[in-house]
Design a protein around this ligand. Structure first.
Ligand code: GLA
Length: 391
């Protein structure tokens, strides 16, 4: 397989000519539906997109590790062994987090030089961070000859982000980046940690990712707060329904929520109602996809946004505007994707309307907010892999 970006050339230019040992890559992801369900034991339906982070690696004889990021034009330089490295902030933390996880599993006798390149927009909600973690991890597995199962590697990447970077994420992003398949969505049960693929039977529909351009530093603290509220909702419901063994919001039914409406603290009820409804929407979306019903898929996608806006309260005026404009101009469905508080929206648009839609939404957004909405069309692509090298 061909190298998708020019990580190999960048490595040679930066760190000198000579053979390259490994090239690996991992995609970003879009979540079709199932938002804020992955840390509640629920269902998600993401797909890997045709945009990647690629890493080229070359062994060194000494214990130095040098990693060059072309997006930031910076080099991270550390020496092995990594004794409790501190966080530095920014992209190096994802690399350090992965290296630390590898160091826990095996001795890393020698260092390496690496170059990172790619076209996943950074910090936009397409999970550039998971694509970086997974690409680096897949490369290091080969470089060091680590024997590790697929799911364990995905969990390792999640731990790197959660425990080292400090973002208390679920497992969806790393899972999708690793297991994605062309033309398919990944129907993942985050409690069982198993999935099956669902064909995205939507040939006449374009998946447009429209970036609000808003980056909220609030996102991480808001995300952690929502996680905390879901935990409180579980504790409250577990006490109220002692006989039902509620471990996750996944275990809660709509009937139980109806019963405690007005009794349960309002905010906790809303958070739980989003998660319970969203899990049902994921199941319904899988059925609609399998029945070849794009209109129903679109309606569920939009219902997800409404719930994220009103019940889970992670939307912003900019995201709402993009979604509302879409729904009133022919989108089958549209919603914010990812954690919320900024970032991107996903629009399911009949292919024949695509060009006019893009022109219309970008100019309407500019008029309303004075901001440029960047539009990307994405297609469901393959998950992580190692590329064969012709050197
Ligand atoms: C972020 C996290 C995921 C998931 C989504 C919300 O992308 O990394 O694990 O929780 O937010 O669905």
């Amino acid at each position: 397989m061909k190298s998708y970006t020019n990580a190999v050339e960048i490595l040679k230019k930066r760190f000198g000519d000579g053979p390259v040992d490994v090239v690996s890559r991992a995609p970003g992801r879009v979540n079709l539906i199932g938002e804020h369900t992955d840390y509640n034991g629920g269902f998600v339906l993401p797909f890997a997109v045709d945009r990647f982070t690629e890493v080229a690696l070359r062994r060194r004889r000494d214990t130095r590790v040098r990693v060059y990021s072309s997006a930031f034009d910076e080099v991270l330089s550390v020496k092995l062994p990594l004794d409790s490295p501190g966080r530095r902030g920014g992209w190096p933390d994802y690399i350090l987090g992965i290296l630390r996880e590898f160091s826990d599993l095996m001795a890393l006798p020698r260092g390496f030089d690496a170059a990172i390149a790619g076209d996943v927009p950074i910090g936009a909600g397409l999970s550039s961070s998971a694509s970086l973690e997974v690409a680096v991890a897949v490369g290091l597995v080969r470089l060091y000859g680590l024997d590790i199962e697929d799911l364990e590697l995905v969990k390792l990447c999640q731990r790197a982000e959660r425990d080292f970077v400090g973002m208390p994420c679920g497992i969806m992003d790393q899972y999708a980046a690793y297991f994605g398949e062309p033309g398919k969505a990944i129907f993942l049960d985050t409690r069982a940690l198993s999935h099956r693929t669902v064909t995205l039977n939507l040939e006449d529909v374009a998946f447009l990712v429209i970036d609000s351009g808003v980056r909220r530093s609030l996102a991480d603290s808001g995300y952690a707060r929502r996680r905390g509220e879901c935990g409180e909702a579980v504790s409250w419901l577990a006490r109220r329904f002692l006989e039902r063994r509620i471990e996750f919001l996944r275990d809660v039914t709509p009937e139980m929520l109806d019963e405690v409406r007005g009794e349960m603290p309002e905010v906790l009820w809303k958070r739980a109602a989003h998660v319970v409804g969203e899990n049902q929407r994921v199941l319904a979306a899988v059925e609609a996809l399998e029945a070849g019903d794009p209109v129903e898929v679109g309606a569920l996608v939009h219902a997800s946004h409404v719930s994220l806006r009103d019940l889970f309260q992670v939307s912003t005026p900019e995201l709402d505007f993009l979604v509302d404009w879409g729904i009133s101009h022919g989108a089958l469905g549209a919603r914010l994707v990812g954690g919320g508080f900024g970032g991107v929206t996903l629009h399911l648009v009949p292919r024949e309307r695509k060009d006019g839609y893009i022109r219309g939404i970008t100019s309407a957004y500019r008029r309303r907010f004075g901001l440029e909405a960047v539009v990307m069309e994405v297609r469901p692509g393959p998950g992580a892999r190692e590329l064969l090298l012709s050197r």
